[in-house]
Design a protein around this ligand. Structure first.
Ligand code: FCA
Length: 339
């Protein structure tokens, strides 16, 4: 073979290699073993606009950074969105997801679709229900609803006593959402604690909210306030901060102030702007539960289950502490989540 034939041969060979590989011949660096693909996990929440869930996502992001997995966050406001998202997660190679479902009765359908798609599921906040019973076989991370509810009721009773309000002219506005179990557990136990502290049952009025947002509780409170113009001082409870905030707005519209109404929420995330207001409003405080911790823990449990097969704990509960205008900055700082 003469030299020009040889170089033609080399050219043809390298072109063939080039065409075959779709990229230039491998270099030494390319031939090193590829890094394993990152584990992908979803984190789906029912109300992405609520600060509670944004803080939960922050906690989950911290877990993703610490363990080196990819986190896919998505709002799922109804069943159709959940089902579509399960399919998307599977197609994108995810191996599981954490979910706060838009409806607890979707549990069996969500589990069936996840199983079909080979995805592991961890629940946060709202536990799935099947035939009226909790699906306790699905790992769950959430607040101790009954204890936190009871603390809310005790704190409200203590405020009533401190102010020396006569019970005969006072009333309790209990914003309820009984179709959600964690909500019902919170408000039932709050009401029970108020009764145990001596508030008569006939001074406690339930106002059911149709939607779990501020407009929903505003409307519910308005109906109640119209029915009871004789009540001069109000205590307000509800399943979360937004439930109490809506009622506070309705009371303010009728001239009530921090001197004539006291509300205590639950979450401690959706009330920060309210507590920062220069003048005190009837929103007195909130049972602070750490949303970032719940987000971190649920994501961590799922990650370890996917990565190492670590059996997930089935029931993980978090506790709450009373946070008020006076101490909320310290509480946030101590938790390391001051925004
Ligand atoms: C429910 C409520 C949220 C939060 C969470 C822990 O999902 O809707 O606001 O309180 O429980």
């Amino acid at each position: 073979m003469n030299s020009s034939r040889l170089s033609n041969f080399a050219l043809v060979l390298s072109l063939a290699l080039f065409a075959g590989c779709g990229k230039p011949p491998a270099t030494t660096a390319d031939s090193a073993p590829a890094a394993p693909a990152k584990i992908k996990l979803g984190f789906l929440v029912k109300q992405p606009e609520e600060p509670w869930f944004q803080y939960e996502w922050k906690g989950a992001e911290k877990a993703a950074a610490q363990y080196g997995f990819e986190l896919i966050k998505q709002g799922v406001q109804d069943g159709e969105k959940v089902m579509g998202m399960i399919d998307n997660l599977a197609v994108s190679g995810a191996q599981g997801f954490v979910i706060c479902t838009p409806d607890v009765r979707l549990g069996p359908a969500i589990m069936a679709r996840a199983k079909q798609r080979g995805l592991k599921v961890v629940l946060v906040d709202d536990q799935f229900v099947q035939d009226g019973k909790f699906m306790t076989e699905v790992p769950y991370v959430g607040m101790s609803a009954s204890r936190i509810g009871a603390q809310q009721g005790q704190a409200l009773a203590a405020e009533l006593k401190k102010r020396g309000w006569p019970i005969g002219e006072s009333g309790v506005c209990a914003i309820t959402f009984e179709e959600l179990d964690t909500a019902r557990e919170r408000t039932d136990n709050s009401i029970a604690a108020l009764k145990a502290a001596g508030i008569p049952a006939d001074r406690i009025f339930k106002a059911p909210q149709k939607t779990t947002d501020i407009p929903g509780s505003f409307d519910a409170a308005n109906v109640l306030l119209t029915q009871h113009p004789e009540v001069k001082r109000w205590l307000i409870l509800g399943m979360n901060d937004n439930a109490v905030l809506g009622a506070v707005r309705a009371l303010e519209a009728r001239g009530f102030t921090a001197d004539t109404a006291v509300g205590i929420g639950i979450n401690g995330t959706d009330c920060l702007d309210e507590l920062r207001k220069a003048r005190a409003t009837p929103f007195f405080g909130s049972m602070r539960v750490s949303a970032p911790s719940e987000g971190f823990m649920s994501a961590e449990i799922l990650y370890k289950w996917v990565k190492d097969g670590t059996p997930p704990p089935l029931d993980t509960r978090t506790e709450g502490t009373l946070m008020t205008r006076e101490n909320f900055e310290q509480v946030l700082k101590a938790e390391g989540s001051a925004p």
